[in-house]
Structure formats: structure tokens, C-alpha cells
Design a protein around this ligand. Structure first.
Ligand code: G4P
Length: 302
């Protein structure tokens, strides 16, 4: 599937982010806990490493992610140098209250009004940066929306006299290496609706659910999971809900959208689209496939 994006405002956002990062003490990278690998922007990691800033990884929306999987992601990111990890829901004040004290441990020398702790919140669109900022500031200073990239400019807020937080626009990177990452991002609405095909995203989602959470498909749609494939899941949804086009054909698109909506809203329960192990296997398979293509082209085979 060809996913194409990289609007001009993201080029500017990247440039602005690099400038601001030079003045920040801790980078807070907000990830979607349901897809922490796919929602981790390699450009943010590069910018942070270039400036040698410590990082606090926030596994946000952990209320929607599988609680059996999130701890493995915590360990995965904690293994990075100068990195701490917190899994939370930005919609829970008690979760958000744990964030600043943890960030402060990464820059203990910044602890007074003269040397305020400067936190920079970064992340791709729709991972919950604005929700987190509003919860930190305790009022609605950032616009929350389920449409990707609603925050267009950086803004700075004081959290008391010794802590500042800088909100930055959602930052994507120009080339997503693995197609499954693009599909996970589309399923989770990090990428706008014109960058992907709904049916393709739904088929990917159905395949993932069949493999990892078949009982949820049985429970919600009464799918015969032992005998159907991903397309069959969507056809079952259409049949169960009576989604038909004129002439009686199955309305596949409507059923596909229903599945994606149910995943996004949490109606399918707490689902993680990837684990550190599934990601490692996917990356390894992609490397093997790339090596095969390179050998074939050296040998003159198409
Ligand atoms: P962004 O700034 O990174 O682009 O994301 P934003 O805060 O706008 O959040 C995107 C959507 O994700 C919003 O949904 C927001 O409510 C939801 N969200 C953010 N953090 C969490 C979380 O920890 N848990 C859950 N369950 N959802 C979260 P929305 O549909 O636009 O808004 P709403 O109907 O939820 O208000």
C-alpha cells in the first residue's frame, strides 16, 4: 500500500522542534501504548540524541492497551540510555500527577525559579499530547481533537514557578519503512483519512485481532474465528449488522469502518497491536526480504 504524506507544515514543525530542543531539559515523547514501536518517530529520537537530552517516554492511552503487553514495552524503552518510561492515561488526573516528579529525576539540577525544569512534549499526531498538556496545566490550553495534527504551533506553559512545559505540533517523518507501521498508525488515526484506504486498514486490523485477540471477535461480532480469514471477519460484521448495498451485496466498506471505529473507541476491549517480540520478528523478516531482493538483483533476477 502506498501511504503518502509529509505536508509542508511538518517540515517547519521539525525545524522549530530542533530549535526548541536546544533549550529543553527533558524530552517527553508521547507514544500510543497500543503501538509504541510504530508510533515512535525516529526523527524525534534522532533530534534528542543529537542534543543529548534525556527522555521520558509516555505510553499514553494505556487504558486502551492490553495490560499484559504494556510492561514489556516499558522494559523495552527503559533499556535505552537516559530514558525513563511511564505508562498512563492522560484522561486520569492521578496518572498525570506522576509525570513531572519522574521527569525531574532526569534533570535534577533544574529545580528552581531561576533554573526551571523545561519539559518539551513531542510525538506524532493523535497520541494524546494536547490531552496530556491540558491535564498537566489543569485547564484547556491545547486543542484536543481526533483529527490528526490539530496543534499547529508550539506553546509554552508554566506549571508552578519551577517547571515549564512546551507543547509542540504532531511530528511525522517522511518515509515509514514498514507497511504494517503505516497500517497501525492509520488504524489509530495518527494519519489522516486521505493517506490510506479504509478497507486495507480494516483487513490488517482484522488479521491482527484474529491472531492475537480472537475471543474479542467472537464476543462482539460472533465471528467463526476458526474458519474465516480477515476478509471473512469484515463480511461477518456486515452480515450480523445487516450492512447491505442496493441489490443486496455486502457493504464491505461500512463494515470495515465499523471495525476500525470499534478498535479506536475501545469497544473491542484493551488491544495492543504489537509487542516488542512481534516488532522484532517483523523487522527481522523485513531485513531478510530486503537481503533476498538485493541478492536477486545482483544475480540479475528481477
Ligand atoms: P494530539 O494532541 O497528540 O494530537 O492528541 P489529542 O490530545 O488531541 O488526543 C487525540 C484523541 O485521543 C482525543 O480523542 C483524546 O481524547 C484521546 N486521548 C488522549 N489521551 C487519551 C488517553 O490516555 N486515553 C484515551 N482513552 N483517550 C485519549 P477525541 O475522540 O478527539 O476526543 P474525546 O472524544 O475523547 O474528547
Amino acid at each position: 500500500m502506498a501511504i503518502s504524506w509529509y505536508p509542508g507544515h511538518m517540515v517547519k514543525a521539525r525545524r522549530d522542534a530542533a530549535e526548541t530542543l536546544a533549550r529543553a531539559d527533558v524530552v517527553i515523547e508521547v507514544l500510543d501504548a497500543r503501538l509504541p514501536g510504530a508510533s515512535s518517530n525516529p526523527m524525534i529520537t534522532q533530534l534528542r540524541e543529537h542534543r543529548q537530552r534525556p527522555g521520558l517516554v509516555v505510553l499514553n492511552k494505556s487504558d486502551l492497551a492490553d495490560p499484559a503487553v504494556t510492561p514489556a514495552w516499558r522494559d523495552f524503552f527503559e533499556a535505552r540510555p537516559r530514558t525513563r518510561v511511564i505508562a498512563l492515561s492522560s484522561k486520569r488526573a492521578s496518572d498525570v500527577a506522576r509525570l513531572v516528579p519522574l521527569a525531574a529525576t532526569l534533570a535534577p539540577h533544574r529545580d528552581s525559579p531561576l533554573k526551571p525544569l523545561r519539559l518539551m512534549v513531542m510525538g506524532i499526531p493523535n497520541v494524546g499530547k494536547s490531552t496530556l498538556i491540558n491535564a498537566l496545566v489543569k485547564r484547556a490550553v491545547a486543542k484536543v481533537g481526533d483529527q490528526p495534527a490539530v496543534t499547529k504551533q508550539q506553546s509554552r506553559h508554566d506549571l508552578g514557578s519551577a517547571v515549564e512545559v512546551i507543547d509542540t505540533p504532531g511530528l511525522m517523518w517522511p518515509a515509514i519503512e514498514h507497511p504494517s507501521d503505516g497500517l497501525m498508525l492509520a488504524a489509530s488515526h495518527a494519519i489522516g483519512a486521505n493517506a490510506y484506504i479504509d478497507e486495507e486498514v480494516a483487513i490488517f486490523l482484522a488479521a491482527t485481532l484474529l491472531e492475537r485477540y480472537p475471543a474479542r471477535l467472537v464476543e462482539r461480532y460472533e465471528c467463526a474465528v476458526d474458519t474465516i480469514d480477515a476478509v471473512g471477519v469484515i463480511e461477518t460484521i456486515a452480515a450480523r449488522r445487516g450492512y447491505r448495498l442496493q441489490g443486496g451485496r455486502v457493504d464491505f466498506e461500512k463494515a470495515a469502518l465499523a471495525l476500525v471505529h470499534d478498535y479506536r473507541s475501545g469497544a473491542l476491549g484493551r488491544v495492543s497491536l504489537e509487542t516488542p517480540a512481534s516488532r522484532a520478528a517483523m523487522v527481522e523478516a523485513a531485513a531478510v526480504a530486503a537481503a533476498d531482493v538485493s541478492v536477486a538483483s545482483r544475480e540479475g533476477n528481477p
